[in-house]
Structure formats: C-alpha cells, structure tokens
Design a protein around this ligand. Structure first.
Ligand SMILES: [Zn+2]
Length: 398
C-alpha cells in the first residue's frame, strides 16, 4: 500500500545546506517518492494511504556506503593483537599474515560461510540507516574465488531487500601463484572480468594503484579492457603515495578516486572536469594512524563532490558503522556535518553512478528513506556510538 509519512522534518540533501523542510510530509507511491513538502501544503485528494507518524523526527535519504570490502573469510584480530604486543610487520609477513591471510581464509571458506559472516556485518550497517552498499571482490584473486565473493554480494542484496552494487577488484593484490609476474596477473584479471561480466556479476571495476599494488600502466590496461565492456571504473588511489592514479581514473571518466590522501592539484582539476567523486575513507586513516590528511580545502575550492565511506575490511578498517565514520570525517578531516552527510547520500550515489535513482529526497526517486530521532541533522555526525535510527525503507519497503 502507498504510505504517507507525516509529522517529520526533511533533510532532502538537495540544493544548499541540508535542504531542510520543517513540519513536512512525504508521500510514497509504488516504491517512489510521489510528493514531499510542508504538511500544510499536502494535497487533499491523495486517496487511501497508510499513515505513518514520524513523531517529530527527521527523515533523510537512506544512507549509502559506497566503498566496502564486506565479504571476506576470517579476520585479522590475531595479527592486530600481535602488532600491539610488539611484533614487527616482517614477523607477521613471515607467518603468512597481511592481505594474504585474508586471501587464504576467503579461498578456504564456502560461499555459505562467506555469506553468513558478511550478513552479520551488513546488518550492522543497516542499523545505521544504510539502504545501499557497494561491495568489492578482491580477496579471491582467481576466477573461482572472485566469482564466489561477487555471488555472495548479490545474495546479500536479495536477503535484505537492499541495493548492492558490486565492484570487481581482482587487481587488489598479487596472489602467491603469480609472484613476480604482475603483468601476467593483470592479463588474467582481464580474462576473468569478461567471464564474470557475462554472468552479470560486475557493476564496476576497481584496482589498487600503489607502489605496493599495481602500477599506473597496469591499471590503465585493466581500465581499457573495462571500458571495452562498457563497465565504469574507480580506483584505490593516492593512499600512500602520489601515483597519479586519480588523474588516470579521471581520464577514463571514472566514477570515483578513493582514499586520495596524496592527491595533487593537477589531478583535482582533472577530477572536477570529469565529474569523478572524491571518496574519503577516514576510518582507514584512523586505523592506520595516518598523518597526511586528504586535500579537503582544495577539493572544496574546486567543487569536486566528496563522498564518505567505511572502507569496511579486515586489514585496515574493521569498521561497520557509517555513523561513526561520519564523526571521523568531521573530526579527522574537518568536513562540515553538511558535507559529511552529503557524502553518504547524494555524493555517495554519484560515486556509484546511481544519483538519478537515489541519494536525495526528490519526487520520482526511489523511496530509500531513513527516519531518525534527532533534533537536527548534524546529530548524525556528532554522536559516537548512538543508535538514532527509528526505521528505514528501501524502495518504500521497511
Ligand atoms: Zn578499499
């Protein structure tokens, strides 16, 4: 049945500021936003609807976590504890730790095991009002196991009735069987990409462009192949050094450059020109105790849209709260609460190429909604550890 949510304030996330409408109502028809505005302006002839009293709360777009590695086997708590007990990076590498331990655990896990562990993490995100999640592969690093991860991502969407956008990230790390043969591995990634794309498992393509990852030339080869399949690209770029990866992704008209602590001015201009979103990942910055902050003021001055995401992963960001990440974006990166909230709504939708469907409260968009018991939108960024969500809807369904 269609529904009318009334006795609410709206943060539409359109225009300047939060796009606030006080003492408002919002009408949902067939899963889409059919009307919104001040309650006094509500048309009299809306017909029979389910009336939902928002009790003076705030309604925002459902939140979007646009960069996660939510599907993985095992976790790295043991290594984390070892490091805090004084073990060096070399000690941990010698015992087969780091990303390779996650690759091993992911390969060993069955599809059902991966699904169950990821579902627990997904439910934590949903408790923070998330209605759309991006999920990357990248711990399988061979055809069979990359497929397994992407299939789990698709199953998660069905299990919880939410939107999941899948990203193919085989070029995340070099698997042991390709030691010393990174070029050959990129060729294999390209071959698997064709197969998995034909199975409908890939929405976008990503890589880790870094001195300890893949070179700009290798990334470009992967992107060229992605483009020939009509797949949009995005990139883990400029996290630890300036490789010019953000400029590269902009040249391909890519959706987003993610991390970008070491982003340079030239590439900021390139991102602005191509409409590439800057995805900020303050939780990884926090967990790694980094000190180099992304060039927020320059991005702001250039008008590059900024998104914020958890980067949920077992190595550098074991984080399953997008609201906590909002707080980190404000505290560590000095985003304004309005910028941070736009970063998990409209700009996160842009980073996934779905801003025409979701990410703001506008007539015609999907009724992806979150109702909060808060007194002002900034509270979503202000608290650490609060649980202000009253309920959420995906396409109008609770
Ligand atoms: Zn990542």
């Amino acid at each position: 049945m269609d529904s009318l949510i009334h006795n609410i304030h709206l943060a539409t996330m359109t225009g300047e500021g939060y796009g606030e409408i006080m003492d408002a109502a919002l009408l949902v028809r067939a899963g889409r936003i059919a009307w919104l505005g001040p309650q006094v302006d509500l048309p009299a002839d809306i017909g029979p609807v389910e009336r939902i009293d928002g009790r003076g709360g705030w309604l925002t777009p459902g939140l979007i976590d646009c960069h996660t590695h939510l599907v993985f086997g095992g976790n790295r708590a043991h290594e984390w504890e070892m490091r805090l007990n004084g073990a060096t990076y070399e000690d941990i590498a010698r015992m087969g730790g780091g990303i390779r331990s996650t690759v091993r655990a992911t390969r060993e896990a069955s599809e059902d095991q991966l699904f169950i562990s990821a579902l627990g993490r997904l439910d934590r995100l949903l408790a923070d009002g998330v209605t759309t999640v991006e999920i990357k592969s990248g711990y399988g690093l061979d055809l069979e196991n990359e497929r397994k991860m992407l299939r789990v991502a698709r199953r998660l969407a069905l299990a919880r009735g939410i939107t999941v956008r899948t990203t193919y990230l085989a070029a995340h790390a070099l698997p042991p069987e390709f030691d010393g043969r990174a070029d050959a591995y990129i060729d294999a990634c390209i071959e698997w990409m064709g197969v998995l794309n034909s199975e409908g498992l890939i929405d976008a393509v990503d890589a880790f462009c870094e001195t300890i990852g893949f070179s700009p030339a290798q990334t470009e080869k992967l992107f060229t192949a992605a483009k020939s399949l009509g797949l949009p690209v995005k990139l883990h770029a400029e996290q630890l050094s300036d490789q010019g990866g953000s400029g590269l992704v902009a040249r391909f008209g890519g959706l987003s450059a993610d991390h970008i602590e070491w982003l340079n001015e030239t590439d900021i201009a390139a991102m602005k020109a191509s409409g590439t979103v800057a995805v900020l990942l303050p939780a990884a910055f926090y967990c790694l105790r980094e000190t180099k902050v992304p060039p927020i003021a320059a991005l702001r001055a250039a008008g590059v849209p900024m998104a914020v995401s958890t980067d949920c992963n077992p190595g550098t960001a074991p984080v399953t709260s997008l609201l906590a990440t909002l707080n980190m974006a404000c505290t560590l990166f000095r985003l304004t609460p309005q910028e941070a909230l736009k970063g998990v709504t409209l700009n996160a939708a842009k980073a996934l190429g779905i801003a025409d469907q979701t990410g703001s409260l506008e007539v015609g968009k999907r009724a992806d909604l979150a109702l909060w018991q808060i007194s002002r939108p900034a509270e979503l960024c202000y608290w650490l550890g609060a649980a202000p969500l009253v309920r959420s809807w995906q396409s109008g369904n609770q």
